[in-house]
Each structure stands twice: as C-alpha cells, then as structure tokens.
Design a protein around this ligand. Structure first.
Ligand code: AMP
Ligand code: MG
Length: 341
C-alpha cells in the first residue's frame, strides 16, 4: 500500500492555516467595518484559503495536478480586495506579493480526471460562513483510480460530539472549538481539534440499526437539495425526527462521526452536476469511518470524470447499515416525482 503520510501531514497543516485565516475573517463579520450582508468577507477568506493551501501543495508536490474552485480573475479586477487577501496570506508568507498570490490561486486550474490530483474547496458552505454557522475547508487527494486522502476542517463543528449533538443552530459559536476530520484510505478516520491541542481519536459511523431513530441531514439551502423530497423519503423509511439542516461538508463529518446516520442531496433541477470539491474530502472521511456513499441511483461516485461528478446524480451518504434500503426509497421517490411531471 502506498504511504501517504507526507501528503497527510502537509494537508493537515495547510488546512489548519487556511482555517485560521477563515476564523480571523469571520470574527470581523458584523463589526462596523463589515456589514453582515456584505459578501466581501467570504470572498476574501475564500481566495486567501485557496492561496495558502495551493502554495503548500505546489511547493511539496510540484508535479501534482490541482483542481480548486476559485480563479484569480475577479480578484485581479478588485485592488482593494486583493490587498486584503495579500495581507491575510502574508501572515504565513510575509514576503508574498499580490502577483505571487494570484499565481498560487491559479494553480487550481487543473482539469481533474488525471491519474493523481488534489481537489480543494477553500470555503465550502459560503452561506454558512456568512451566517456564522457551518462551513468547511475541504481538501482531498485522488490517486490511481480512487480517493486516498481527505481532510475536512470544520471551524464551527466541535471535535467532541458529546458537547454538540448535531444542530449547529443551537450551538453557541463561542463554544465551538473546531474539528479537523481526516482519513487516509486503509488507515481509518480520525478527528482532532483544529487548534492542535487535542490528540486525534478514531471516529466511526453510528452503529444504529433503528431507522426510527435515524437523523437525516441535508443542505440548509432548498436550492441545493430538495427538502420536500427528503421529507417524503424519511417518512417512507419510518424516520421520526426532523431533518437537521446545515451548510457544507460538515454534513459528511456528522455522519462519519456518528452524529447523524443519513445525508441526502437530492437534485433540485435536471442536469445539475455536482463539483468534485464539494464531495471528495467528505466521501473519503465517511468511507474510512465505515459508512457508504453513492448517488441517488445507487451508483458509486465517479471522481475520474474531470471537475464534475458528471456520471452521477445527487448523493446519498449513510452509516452503511441500511444503505440499499435507503437508496431504494430515494429511487422510488424520484420515480414518483418524475411521473408527476
Ligand atoms: P451545501 O452547503 O451543502 O448547500 O453545498 C454548497 C455547495 O452547493 C456549493 O459549494 C455549490 O458548489 C453547490 N451548489 C450550487 N448550486 C447547487 C445546486 N443547484 N444543487 C446542488 N448543489 C449546488
Ligand atoms: Mg462548495
């Protein structure tokens, strides 16, 4: 088995640095200098996060292909934003120039689909970031036909599930320590604190067989996943509780660490293709924690197609115990929806 320990330690430290930048920026939201409705904080943190992570990977693994969400085109047209981003990145690279930072960001142009590539969402769940709820820094490595490494930095999702039973809306932000969830294929999944003050501990999906008690999580955004369809599916499976809605791949972290049993992502329109960076890290962590992920038709997610999951429709992630039954309920619901149209 290939040893990915060098890649893992690099990925953990890069995601930690990016998370620190995001937290600095998030603390400023709501201050007089930054209106809460202003989108600039998230844009600023997004670019800075991508710059520090791609700089680190580019330095250590210069020939690896990088596939990331942002490009510097917009940034280069906004000098004020660029100087804010530069100041943030200079925390880690005091000598970095704005031009260098744009070059680091643009390393993420890769097309994907290559034998080995990294994929990054520098801030997944931008709406959650602005609401001071859940968001994630998501980094994954694909090598020789499969995902091999995933790191999910979740600054507002505590590492310790006992202190936060899933609903981010009820967790005061100042109690959140931030969890760093990670996995390497064949070596299990772990969580540690983002600040590095806690030893990593293994995580595992919930071992519950009782569908009645299952917790379903889904996107907070009704435009990203059909809430009415998931409610019908949950009812047909006999799930009793209300769905837990949150932004970002923190949903994958919740299922991987036993805080929820099901994550449904049901297409809101025909033809939408999921981006690989919205799923790769989460899928790796769930699978290593003993769970299962397919699309809404039961097909495995295919990360070899380029920047999008173009061979798949939606996502169904579970603790693995009733996966086939849950997919069957999804298929039945999707068919009845199609028949109505
Ligand atoms: P979430 O936080 O789970 O709602 O997911 C956020 C991600 O949803 C963003 O990073 C977008 O790439 C992605 N997204 C945007 N539009 C859609 C859509 N119509 N359906 C599904 N995902 C979407
Ligand atoms: Mg995203």
């Amino acid at each position: 088995m290939t040893d990915y320990s060098q890649e893992l330690s690099l990925a953990l430290s890069a995601v930690r640095n990016a998370a620190e930048i995001c937290q600095i920026v998030q603390r400023r939201i709501g201050s007089s200098a930054m209106a809460k409705s202003d989108k600039s904080p998230v844009t600023m943190a997004d670019f800075a996060s991508q710059a520090v992570i791609l700089e680190a990977i580019g330095r250590a693994f210069p020939i690896d292909c990088l596939v990331a969400e942002e490009t510097s085109t917009e940034l280069q047209q906004e000098p004020e934003l660029l100087s804010e981003v530069t100041a943030l990145v200079q925390k880690y690279h005091p000598q970095a120039t704005s031009q260098q930072i744009c070059e680091w960001i643009d390393r993420g142009h890769g097309a994907g689909g290559s034998r080995r590539y990294w994929t990054l969402d520098p801030i997944d769940g931008t709406k959650g970031f602005l609401r001071k709820e859940q968001y994630a820094i998501a980094l994954a490595l694909y090598d020789e036909g499969e995902l091999v490494l995933g790191v999910l930095g979740c600054p507002n999702l505590p590492a310790d599930p006992v202190r936060n039973l899933i609903n981010p809306a009820t967790t005061p932000i100042d109690q959140a320590q931030g969890g760093l969830f990670y996995a390497v294929r064949g070596a299990g999944a772990f969580v540690t604190s983002l600040d590095g003050h806690h030893l990593p501990r293994p995580i595992h999906v919930s071992t519950s067989h009782n569908l009645h008690e299952y917790r379903v999580c889904e996107s907070a955004e009704a435009t990203h996943s059909r809430h009415d369809a998931s409610a019908t599916i949950a009812q047909s499976l006999g799930v009793a509780g209300e769905p837990v809605r949150m932004d970002s791949q923190a949903k994958y972290a919740c299922v991987a660490s036993g805080r929820a049993e099901i994550y449904l992502r049901l297409p809101t329109r025909a033809g939408y293709q999921e981006c690989i960076w919205d799923h790769a890290a989460g899928v790796m962590v769930i699978e290593a924690a003993g769970g299962k992920v397919t699309d809404t038709t039961g097909k495995e997610l295919d990360f070899s197609q380029g920047r999008h999951l173009s061979a798949n429709i939606g996502v169904v992630a579970t603790n693995g115990i009733h996966h086939e039954k849950i997919v069957a309920a999804v298929v039945a619901q999707q068919q009845s929806l199609a028949a109505q149209q």
